[in-house]
Design a protein around this ligand. Sequence first.
Ligand code: HPA
Length: 243
Amino acid sequence: MIFIIGGTAAYHLHLEEEAHVAEVRRVETPWGQAPPVRRLVAPDGVEVWFTSRHGEGKLQRSAAFVNHRALIWAARELDARGILTWNGVGGINPLLRVGDLVVPDDLLDWTRVRTARFGQEPSLPWSGPFWPEGREAIVEAAHAAGEARVFEGGTYLVTEGPRLETVAEIEAASLVGADVVGMTLAPEVWLAGELGIPIASLCIVTNRATGTAWRDERRDFSPNVARRAFHLLLAAATRLNEA
Ligand code: HPA
């Protein structure tokens, strides 16, 4: 089954209204308890595992305090064949507006103090950070849903947080080719890679990055972000199951 990690505003979702909640699993891992994982059955019959990275009910853990190892280990314990995640991001690329969708194909890791591995195993053969079939399924699901502004590629810069970036940091990131900035995809992508679980992300621009808000002053961290992302990833999971 596909394992969906809900990001921005996932804690606002009323899951029972979106899908049938068949089961709740509380997975103990060598790195502590993972957030609760639910087995959901969507109206079209697709079954997925679902968990909310930042907690439930409200924002319980901001990005810098997520237990990434427990989260990714849970996907392995539940035999996930792939991970789809959504991530709210700040837009760095001048073309990006709040609400745009980006399916990143590369990662720039500027985190400093996070543990990005489980053990001392040599890593698996390197095939790039993101799952090509997962990315394709997300892009196709977005087009099929009538989404007009979908960027099929881009570099996601990961910062440590919890603070936001400085103007100078965003200017530097822009010079080296970052398109969006967020705080969660590393180390998740590295950890999933170590376990051999492919992973792809749907990024939703929630704001313009520090110093660039003059391009679009809006900010959207509302429950709508989560509902939209959730349904797109369910549709992507359906495509992956059919493939
Ligand atoms: N910076 C870092 N992380 C983020 C941002 C941002 O501007 N927006 C959403 N997540």
